[in-house]
Design a protein around this ligand. Structure first.
Ligand SMILES: Cc1cc2nc3c(=O)[nH]c(=O)nc-3n(C[C@H](O)[C@H](O)[C@H](O)COP(=O)(O)OP(=O)(O)OC[C@H]3O[C@@H](n4cnc5c(N)ncnc54)[C@H](O)[C@@H]3O)c2cc1C
Length: 509
């Protein structure tokens, strides 16, 4: 409720950041009877769910491929619990090929089918000499995933020390433990861009969770992911809460490790009993006094490496010129590069990327748009780090154009005549991602998970500030699966362990 004269709001819970984490956490809390206010700095809510429109065409910004949203999946159950599942228009990728991976080196394309058995049989068909290794690898993949109760919305808590030894092996070494064939080792890591995989650092369990998530069934939004953000916002307002866009919180005034109020850039002021930060933790630190957290905690967060970023090309096709493809496509220049995607050489970039045509409710045979995502580290744009959107200068524009050309040259190899199908194309860089989400260095997935230092790269939703909780991709796991699951975790820090999981599981699916 807004006090018109003072601009002060008195709500039970204020959530800072109206992205995936903030909206899921808000909707779940509102559903449980809490009075929730969500504030989002951008004019449009959604964070990774936000779409934008160019010449009437809708483009995703950060949610291209979905997992866990098919019937019975964990995110499906959460959305069903919130009563929003029937408001979403989803399209499943083809079951006989949810992902296709083309290596230019040997002109080989792999077409991965949905489901553990089909996926395993396909790999054995392609690499018959690795039959035993593939079978052992696939079983181990599902075994690692099964160790994470949370992933399946099961009761219980996942303590790092209670996991198998392999859980925290480096994913690349873990794959090599089962597989000898170097091409197959590479192929099994093709989803790296979906979790920011880095050799020697990314834990095996992250590789397992993301692979199983998509092997079990991938989907995409018809006409963009904004519909999920809007459905979550409606769930919040329908329960008496409110969602405010265009409100950037700039300071959280704290005293004796308790937040007193939140101040926004437009001068408005919010007070609440509890505050939940759904933004990058390093951005949160900057808003609070030095006394709020220990020096060790602040140093730790500021020193944690972030996952890599991306350069994205957006394409609007001429009518009826390029076919719609109902799966995601990955391109690799050659084998052996997949663990080093962020390494950059101006002469050889890009050595790999993913691309997809976006579906519509009335999808016909032809695609209207395409998105091409190419991994890039923030280092490539650091020289413009002090610039803001639309004011980055001509040299930046020239740099961007040169990189668009490099990507289109690769697409021309994959699809001769590709350039003739394009009506308009434009691009975003790691700077766009940084400024748009207010995350550090445009990191796609927040803090990188490091098996060499896993305790450091895991955060608790509870903080030393008595009325402050955390949520979002930096806490546990990123993406359409990890962030809603962490929202459950954050809500249970208020409601009590397993209370929400029990309710979600009690519903009829
Ligand atoms: C290019 C790209 C492609 C991706 N593709 C996929 C994919 O295909 N599938 C998948 O599962 N995941 C994908 N992801 C990852 C997914 O988008 C993220 O994991 C997810 O959005 C993280 O949710 P979050 O709530 O932590 O952060 P966000 O969704 O980024 O939300 C944070 C919100 O906080 C707001 N905010 C920041 N500071 C303030 C402030 N001071 N005051 C108020 N509001 C503030 C931001 O504007 C933002 O809206 C992709 C990410 C990117 C960048």
């Amino acid at each position: 409720m807004k006090h018109e004269q003072t601009g002060i709001m008195n709500e039970d819970i204020l959530i800072i950041g109206g992205g995936v984490g903030g909206l899921f956490t808000g909707a779940l809390l509102a559903h449980e009877g809490y009075k929730v206010t969500v504030v989002e700095k951008n004019q449009t809510i959604g964070g990774g769910l936000q779409t934008f429109t160019r010449r009437g065409e809708v483009f995703e910004t950060g949610m291209h491929i979905l997992g866990g949203l098919r019937k019975g999946g964990s995110i499906y159950k959460i959305c069903q619990y919130l009563g929003i599942m029937d408001k979403l228009s989803l399209r499943d990728t083809d079951d006989d090929c949810f992902d296709c991976i083309t290596y230019l080196d040997d002109a080989k394309t792999y077409r991965m089918p949905t489901g553990k058995v089909a996926f395993t049989d396909y790999l054995i068909g392609e690499f018959p000499h690795e039959r035993a290794g593939i079978t052992a690898y696939m079983n181990a993949l599902y075994r690692l995933t099964d160790e994470v109760d949370f992933f399946y919305l099961r009761r219980g808590r996942d303590y790092l020390f209670s996991h198998s030894e392999q859980f925290l092996w480096a994913a690349d070494q873990w794959i090599a433990h089962y597989i000898t064939d170097k091409h197959l080792r590479d192929l099994l890591a093709y989803m790296n861009p979906m979790y920011g995989g880095v050799a020697g650092h990314t834990p095996a369990y992250i590789h397992a969770l993301i692979n199983v998530l998509y092997i079990e069934g991938a989907s995409r939004f018809n006409d963009g992911s904004q519909q999920l953000a809007d459905a979550l916002a409606t769930a919040i307002t329908a329960s008496g809460g409110s969602v405010h866009s265009g409100v950037a919180i700039v300071a959280l005034k704290d005293k004796d490790r308790t937040i007193q109020q939140a101040l926004a850039a437009d001068g408005s002021c919010f007070t609440a009993n509890r505050y939940i930060s759904a933004i990058h933790p390093c951005a949160l630190l900057k808003m609070m006094s030095e006394d709020a957290f220990t020096k060790a905690y602040r140093n730790r967060l500021n020193a944690l490496p972030n996952s890599y970023s991306a350069f994205t090309v957006y394409i609007i096709f001429k009518p009826d010129s390029f076919p719609y493809i109902n799966h995601t496509c990955y391109y690799q220049q050659r084998y052996g590069l997949v663990w080093n995607h962020a390494e950059y050489d101006a002469d050889t970039w890009p050595q790999g990327f993913m691309y997809m045509t976006s579906p519509h409710r009335k999808q016909g045979a032809y695609a209207r748009t395409m998105i091409i995502n190419c991994i890039m580290s923030f280092e490539q744009v650091r020289r413009w780090k002090d610039t803001t959107v639309a004011h980055r200068g001509d040299d930046y524009a020239a740099w961007k154009e040169a990189h668009i050309q490099k990507i289109l040259a690769r697409m021309e190899i994959l699809y001769p005549g590709f350039g003739n199908c394009i009506d308009e194309r434009f691009a975003s860089s790691p700077l766009t991602i940084r400024d748009y989400y207010n995350n550090k260095e445009g990191a796609l997935y927040g803090f990188g998970r490091d098996c060499c230092n896993i305790v450091q790269s895991q955060l608790s939703v509870v903080t030393k500030v008595s009325n402050l909780l955390l949520t979002g991709q930096n806490i546990n796991l990123h993406g359409i699966c990890g962030v809603p699951l962490t929202a459950v975790n954050t809500v249970e820090a208020i409601l009590g362990e397993n209370t929400l999981i029990d309710k979600i599981n009690a519903q009829q699916i």
